[in-house]
Design a protein around this ligand. Structure first.
Ligand SMILES: Nc1ccn([C@@H]2O[C@H](COP(=O)(O)OP(=O)(O)OP(=O)(O)O)[C@@H](O)[C@H]2O)c(=O)n1
Ligand SMILES: C[C@](O)(CO)[C@H](O)COP(=O)(O)O
Length: 233
């Protein structure tokens, strides 16, 4: 029977290889303050009172997950060894694998394993601002710099007006069935919102902040360490 109050579930894609990090192992397992990087991303989601379960989508041949102790994160955490070739494939595989526990109208918060500085207030704000939204939305930050479009020899072709431009972050929060259908229909999308947009809908932007950075290059790991070490509360 359908609940009147939709529940909230997290899906954490963690099946990438971190090619831009160029490390000896996938970046989600690199050490960050004495724990695997992904531990921090999962810990804040597992601790969020509004979130019922946290499905982490790992690569089919992930050999590292079992080498760590995740028990301190509690019973909400569910590993799924069903990652795909792209981030979107991994998210879709996670949505399908979780379908027996999630109602069509429940909310799903998709969060990159590679964003370890997610804070409780990011989750709370996202859920609060989207609670009555028919489509859903995402954390994002307004673009602060002047933007240049480059040519093939790295010469500036144009300055792109930054007015109304935002940088997408995660979590991105949509209804389970809507997101699943949108991802099944979409091609070459780099986030969930793009799939929803391709379906003709308009996700809402919820303003986050720059601390919720994605660890992509080696320098980002140092920035993440600084942010987590200096965070109050
Ligand atoms: N096939 C993939 C590719 C990416 N991801 C996940 O999607 C998130 C964001 O992707 P990105 O930062 O691009 O990670 P990688 O693909 O690992 O990095 P790169 O693009 O540098 O190879 C990461 O948590 C990553 O593990 C995934 O689950 N499945
Ligand atoms: C979803 C995302 O975090 C939004 O910024 C980002 O697009 C994922 O990283 P990728 O490098 O595009 O896979």
């Amino acid at each position: 029977m359908q609940n009147f109050q939709p529940r909230h579930f997290a899906i954490v894609p963690a099946a990438g290889n971190g090619s831009r990090m160029a490390a000896s192992r996938p970046k989600q397992y690199l050490p960050l303050l004495g724990k695997p990087l992904i531990f921090h991303s999962l810990a804040v989601l597992c601790a969020a009172p509004a979130i019922d379960k946290v499905f982490v989508v790992l690569s089919v041949d992930d050999a590292e997950w079992r080498r760590h102790d995740w028990s301190s994160l509690g019973p909400k955490l569910v590993p799924l060894f069903c990652g795909g070739a792209t981030r979107a494939d991994s998210v879709l595989a996670g949505l399908r694998a979780a379908a027996h526990e999630v109602e069509p109208s429940d909310w799903v918060l998709v969060h990159d394993a590679a964003r370890p500085c997610l804070a409780p207030w990011h989750i709370e704000k996202l859920i609060r601002e989207l609670a009555r939204d028919e489509v859903g939305g995402l954390l994002a930050v307004p673009v602060a710099d002047t933007l240049k479009r480059a040519g093939e020899h790295r010469q500036v072709l144009a300055t792109v007006p930054r007015e109304n431009l935002w940088q997408a972050q995660t979590p991105q929060m949509f209804r389970h069935v809507m997101l699943r259908r949108a991802l099944e229909a979409a091609t070459h999308v780099t986030d969930e919102a793009s799939a929803i947009e391709a379906a003709g809908l308009h996700p809402r932007l919820v303003e986050g902040d720059a601390t919720n950075l994605k660890v992509t290059y080696p320098l980002d790991l140092h920035l993440a360490e600084w942010i987590l070490s200096n965070r109050e509360g």
